[in-house]
Design a protein around this ligand. Structure first.
Ligand code: PCA
Length: 213
């Protein structure tokens, strides 16, 4: 049985919950066809420890695919990330109080890594499950982007596909605010469809997923 590692983050920025972890924990142990199983784990929201925690999990579990997820406050759908960039620029301190500004994720690393997941096929699968989804062209410059970059860096050339998905806030986190949200059940359904397609699709489909700025 092969392992598909799915990670979510602990809460940050005064929010009591992080929907990324609340969703992926519900998928822990779920079978993907007959040959693979999801293993869900939680990452700390800290520049100093998140990447290390993820690489330790990869060493320990030897997954055949890795998909990290995080909360994107302001996202209105399941956002499948295309690219991780080699920059940390934190608008707020992380959970250890660190706030790096314009530092490299990996000194002398490439400017960016593309995901190795079939992102268009994943977006299509999530939409077919009745959940809103899109390709996202930036994972931001906070801990999620850092983890995404370190993940792609660690697995570059290994043949193990990997990438990142941002999810929206939960309805209870936006009460009284004019902000988008998605019910936890919908996030779980959407992530499940995305992960299943990522695992099963031999290659990506050629759908438009771009954006005019
Ligand atoms: N979202 C943050 C970090 C942790 C999380 O869930 C981000 O988008 O960087």
């Amino acid at each position: 049985m092969q392992i598909v590692l799915l990670t979510g983050f602990e809460p940050f920025d005064q929010d009591p919950v992080n929907p990324s972890w609340e969703a992926v924990r519900q998928l822990d142990g779920v079978q993907l066809g007959s040959d693979a199983q999801i293993v869900a784990r939680r990452l700390p929201c800290a520049f100093a420890t998140a990447g290390e925690c993820l690489t330790r999990l990869i060493d320990e579990l030897r997954p055949a695919m890795v998909i990290a997820t995080g909360l994107g406050p302001g996202r209105s759908d399941i956002s499948v990330e295309r690219v991780a960039i080699n920059i940390n620029d934190a608008r707020i301190p992380d959970n250890l109080g660190d706030q790096p500004i314009d530092t490299a994720v990996v000194a002398d690393g490439p400017a960016a890594y593309f995901t190795t997941l079939p992102i268009k096929a994943m977006v299509k699968a999530v939409r077919e499950a009745g959940i809103a989804a899109s390709v996202s062209q930036t994972a931001g410059t906070f801990v999620c982007n850092q983890v995404f970059y370190l993940l792609q860096h660690a697995l570059a050339g290994s043949g193990v596909r990997s990438g990142f998905i941002h999810v929206p806030l939960l309805p209870e986190q936006v009460m009284g605010l004019q902000r988008p949200s998605m019910a936890l059940g919908a996030i779980v359904t959407g992530l499940h469809a995305a992960v299943l397609m990522a695992w099963q699709a031999p290659e990506d489909v050629k759908d438009a997923g771009g954006q005019v700025s």
